[in-house]
Design a protein around this ligand. Structure first.
Ligand SMILES: C[S@@+](CC[C@H](N)C(=O)[O-])C[C@H]1O[C@@H](n2cnc3c(N)ncnc32)[C@H](O)[C@@H]1O
Length: 256
């Protein structure tokens, strides 16, 4: 009946789904379920014909899932792109009451495109429900595969980016706690020098392309001076280290 309150639309649901750093076995059961149950699954990509990292993980972990690509070109105004995606695609789906999963590497609440996408959607459709499903992060995968204990007891852990250089890292190293450096591939030499000059090089590890073909894990002291991949994570154990120095298990080949 026109004007009947019961005709109010069911709000759509946008879910940011963290799907881990690369290894499909690190996609949680909940993430797989939400992907399966969603009406649409959206993944960021660099071009319409490019399978992005998140989509590649979905293909392995939840085979047969149709994925809509959201082309995200870093050279253009990102905020404008998020608004465009929300306006042209996400909000119309949400207004039909659909559940939309936006898959993102690692965790959706940590340095993720999803936060900006969610902000854009909320500004256009305040009624939409927005939720997240946590994901395993690259630094956890690196600590696990190298048997590195990052924090125990009353220790602390800082997560910094080195996208624009090592200022945040330097500040974090004022404390004795463990430090994780994200987005430091381009500035990996500065990262190394910073660790060296503060006496924190020992035990620091760099994991590149974790869970992907070409994965490489090296002591930061062994890096050869070339920039590392954007997908690089550095872990710096606390001082003093909470356990014996990391076992060099990272050289071991995965069992097939
Ligand atoms: C835009 S942030 C995404 C972070 C992600 N939301 C998370 O929770 O891990 C990208 C950074 O995450 C780290 N990263 C993500 N996946 C990685 C991987 N497979 N190997 C190494 N580093 C990775 C790198 O430091 C990279 O520069």
């Amino acid at each position: 009946m026109p004007g009947n309150c019961s005709a109010r639309r069911r709000p759509g649901r946008l879910v940011g789904v963290g799907i881990g750093p690369g290894d499909p076995e690190l996609v949680t059961v909940k993430a797989q379920r939400v992907i399966r149950e969603s009406d649409r699954v959206v993944a960021p990509s660099t071009a319409l014909d490019a399978v992005g990292k998140a989509e590649a993980i979905v293909r392995e972990a939840v085979p047969g899932t149709p994925v809509d690509r959201f082309c995200f070109d870093m050279t253009h105004d990102p905020e404008a792109r998020y608004i465009e995606l929300a306006t042209t695609t996400l909000v119309p789906w949400l207004q039909q009451g659909l559940q939309v999963a936006f898959v993102t590497i690692g965790d959706p609440n940590i340095y993720s495109t999803f936060s900006s996408v969610a902000r854009a959607v909320r500004s256009l459709d305040p009624e939409a429900t927005i939720e997240t499903v946590p994901g395993i992060m690259a630094f956890q995968a690196l600590a696990a595969s190298t048997s590195t204990v990052l924090v125990d007891g009353t220790g602390s852990l800082s997560l910094v980016t080195a996208l624009d250089g090592v200022a945040h890292l330097r500040k974090a190293l004022d404390e004795d706690g463990a430090v994780v450096v994200y987005k430091g591939g381009r500035h990996i030499n500065e990262v190394r020098s910073c660790l060296e000059s503060t006496g924190r090089l020992e035990g620091a590890l760099c994991g590149e392309l974790l869970g992907w073909p070409g994965e490489q894990i090296l002591a930061v002291s062994d890096l050869d001076g070339r920039p590392a991949s954007y997908l690089s994570t550095v872990i710096v154990p606390p001082t003093p280290a909470p356990t014996p120095a990391p076992t060099p298990a990272f050289g071991a080949k995965k069992e097939q």
